[in-house]
Ligand binder design. Structure first.
Ligand code: FAD
Length: 456
């Protein structure tokens, strides 16, 4: 095993942790998790990355953390959002980023199912998450809508005797083909408009996965290949929530969990890179000048800025998590159907993911520069893996291009201008374009539109 982190305290001093967001019990849980990471997860990270191995063993080593937010009576740890942030950040920092991302998707699926769980779903899945180490994931992205993953245009569902036949084509699914169960989203049976979405619970033997396609720059263990559920008959109990409530469950469960936890993953990668840089630069000596690398003010500036920027985003993540804990009784309150609690923080979550992913991309580069050519090699430092893993943040949906536009557009034009499902007509653009047309062109367009309108 290459020794990037010999022990957790060897990198950035723990006084730089914003620990006022955590209770003593949570800090204790984090200590247990650091031990699991050091013993079970970090030693496997390099091989998983090199050989594209799904981190099943690392995920199973998480034990009770697999049920982090589930009620204690279901075998969970009964924790809320702040501890989710601390957990994912810790796995990415001291364990491995692929495991942290698979854990993020697992917890997103756990929460998507728990939001409206039926007795059948509780008994057959949620109560078995910890005892049977049942790993879940989310499958939302659609091959025809790219990073507009909330718009499952090529999916479908129809009511038949005995349940529903469901089609789902997904272009990317973390843990796809390896997870035991999936929450996936399609257009609703008899759907009318694209905000009319429904979620389903499916099991691994029901899907065809393209995990063998996965060969990426970073997060190489997370196996995010394509997925197909080919008009499979799903019994009634496999519907997650109600017909048409998929948009609500996106806002209330999937997005809040994914965005705070994936942001924690990017922060954890940033911290892991800072740890490695500190360990290396405090040891490496230039004999000619008798200085360690850390003695150069350039390196001190670089590490200082990386810590400041990373901790700004960490505080943002923990702060939004705390706000969501406050409106959900530490994540344990059963929400009413269609109730908005966490969904009210969506515009904060967009800002958070943008900031965490942007910062991570910059910090891993900066730590590579400050650590030097030794960090560019695959071992012994492993910093180059952090650089590659960290680059996934910006491109993962919602991408940072989409997010900064969401935020700017919302601020300038209001929430309704976002038009997720491409339904709002941009009258200004139409008027602007038609005013450029000749009378003949206008007439031809009018006739074309009248013919389309006649067809209904
Ligand atoms: C490591 C990894 C794991 C993933 N895991 C999952 C998963 O588990 N489940 C899942 O559902 N998905 C997953 N995804 C998919 C992810 O959420 C995105 O759907 C995917 O990255 C989009 O890639 P694309 O090439 O289709 O991008 P495109 O949509 O083709 O985007 C190309 C470029 O156009 C920009 N762009 C797109 N739309 C707009 C817009 N409206 N305004 C401005 N710019 C825009 C993008 O930001 C990007 O720069 C994963 C992706 C990665 C990288």
């Amino acid at each position: 095993m290459a020794v990037a982190v010999e022990n957790a305290k060897a990198g950035l001093d723990p006084m730089f942790n914003p620990d006022w967001f955590l209770t003593d019990e949570q800090k204790q849980l984090r200590e247990q998790l650091i031990e699991i990471c050091e013993k079970e997860i970090r030693p496997r990270a390099a091989q998983n990355d090199r050989e594209l191995i799904f981190p099943r063993e690392s995920l199973e080593a998480l034990g009770p953390f697999l049920g982090l937010t589930l009620p204690k009576e279901w075998g969970g740890l009964g924790q809320g959002h702040a501890m989710l942030v601390a957990t994912t950040e810790t796995i990415a920092r001291y364990g491995c980023a692929s495991t942290a991302m698979c854990f993020t998707m697992h917890m997103g699926a756990v929460e998507a199912l728990r939001l409206t769980a039926t007795e059948w779903q509780i008994e057959n899945v949620l109560k078995k998450v910890v005892s049977d180490k049942m790993i879940g994931t989310l499958s939302y992205s659609d091959p025809e809508t790219g990073s507009h993953f909330w718009y499952p245009i090529s999916s479908g569902a129809r009511k038949v005797e005995g349940g529903y036949e469901v089609l789902k084509k997904s272009s990317w699914t973390t843990s796809g083909g390896f997870a035991d169960w999936y929450v996936l989203q399609t257009t609703s049976p008899e759907f009318k408009a694209y905000s009319d979405l429904t979620c389903w619970l499916v099991f691994n033997d029901e899907v065809e996965s393209g995990h063998a396609e996965w060969d990426a720059m970073g997060l190489r263990g997370n196996q995010s290949g394509s997925l197909l559920l080919d008009w499979k008959l799903l019994p009634e109990e496999r519907m997650v929530g109600a017909v048409g409530d998929g948009a609500w469950s996106n806002d209330e469960a999937v997005d809040p969990f994914f965005l705070i936890s994936s942001s924690a993953c990017w922060n954890g990668i940033s911290l892991g890179a800072i740890d490695i840089c500190i360990q290396h630069t405090t040891r490496k000596v230039h004999k000619d000048v008798g200085m360690r690398v850390c003695d150069y003010p350039t390196i001190q500036d670089s590490v200082g800025e990386a810590i400041i920027d990373t901790n700004a985003v960490r505080c943002m993540d923990y702060s939004i998590a705390a706000a969501m804990d406050a409106v959900t009784d530490n994540g344990q309150r059963q929400l009413e159907q269609s109730e908005y609690a966490r969904g009210n923080y969506l515009h904060w979550l967009w800002q958070l993911k943008f900031a965490a992913a942007k910062n991570c991309g910059l910090v891993v580069d900066e730590m590579l520069h400050s650590t030097g050519g030794t960090a560019y090699k695959k071992s012994p430092l492993e910093l180059e893996r952090f650089v590659r893993d960290g680059k996934a943040g910006w491109v993962m949906g919602p991408t940072n291009e989409v997010l900064r536009q969401f935020v700017g557009k919302t601020a300038l034009l209001g929430m309704e201008s976002l038009d997720y499902w491409n339904q709002v007509v941009n009258e200004r653009s139409i008027k602007n374009e038609t005013k450029k047309m000749t009378p003949e062109q206008k007439k031809a367009l009018a006739e074309e539109l009248l013919a389309e309108a006649a067809q209904g």
